[in-house]
Design a protein. Structure first.
Length: 212
């Protein structure tokens, strides 16, 4: 008589363990792939903004767009000054409406996923560099500051080492220029890409930089 073949309890437990390990490995790989894909999408967005800034400067006798606010939002508002999303609209094919609205293309996939309860219209997506050092202990705001009367943007030629001086950066509560800002609660509590951020430099190139 033929013997019936059956799995022992030990064999079943080993199979379950192997499947669990494989599932955990695949889930981790999928998470890593998604983060990398989201970061590349965010980097491409910053690169497009950088190109738009260069084009705007070319149309304004090399002047940077501004004056602008340090925390940049994704809401287009025809009545509000100081927002890059409005100033760069002609260069980024952003619809210039008579009513305010959130420009979804200004929000990277990772930011949309990690903004939590922050209202899209209030979310500070990027922080702009308003403290470019000229000498030890001395700095200036290249964009001009929308909160200060008579604070105007400067020509790109005024930026020392533009390839090493950051212009815009992903905003989160750990970013040094955000940490002491009154609007920091309108940014994600942690860097959206974990241990790195996307950063735009004044010469128009973008980099993935480590979180310090």
């Amino acid at each position: 008589m033929a013997r019936t073949s059956a799995f022992t309890l030990l064999e079943i437990l080993v199979a379950i363990t192997i499947v669990s390990v494989l599932a955990a490995t695949l889930a981790a790989a999928a998470g890593t792939f998604r983060q990398r894909a989201e970061q590349m999408a965010g980097l491409q967005l910053l690169a497009r903004i950088g190109t738009a800034i260069q084009q705007s400067a070319a149309d304004r006798n090399a002047l940077l767009p501004g004056p602008i606010w340090p925390g940049q939002v994704a809401e287009y508002d025809p009545t509000r000054a100081g927002r890059l999303v409005r100033m760069l609209a002609p260069y980024l094919e952003i619809e210039e409406r008579s009513q305010k609205y959130v420009v979804n293309a200004w929000l990277s996939p990772a930011y949309r996923r990690k903004m939590g309860s922050i209202a899209p219209a209030d979310a500070r997506v990027f922080v702009s560099n308003h403290a470019v050092e000229t000498d030890p202990g001395a700095s200036f705001s290249p964009w001009g500051n929308a909160s200060l009367t008579g604070s105007d943007p400067v020509p790109l030629s005024r930026i020392p080492q533009p390839s090493k001086t950051w212009a815009l950066c992903d905003a989160d509560q750990w970013q040094p220029a955000v940490a002491s800002a009154p609007w920091k609660s309108s940014t994600p509590p942690n860097p959206i890409y974990g241990s790195t951020r996307n950063q735009l430099f004044f010469d128009g190139h973008v980099e993935i930089v480590p979180v310090n």
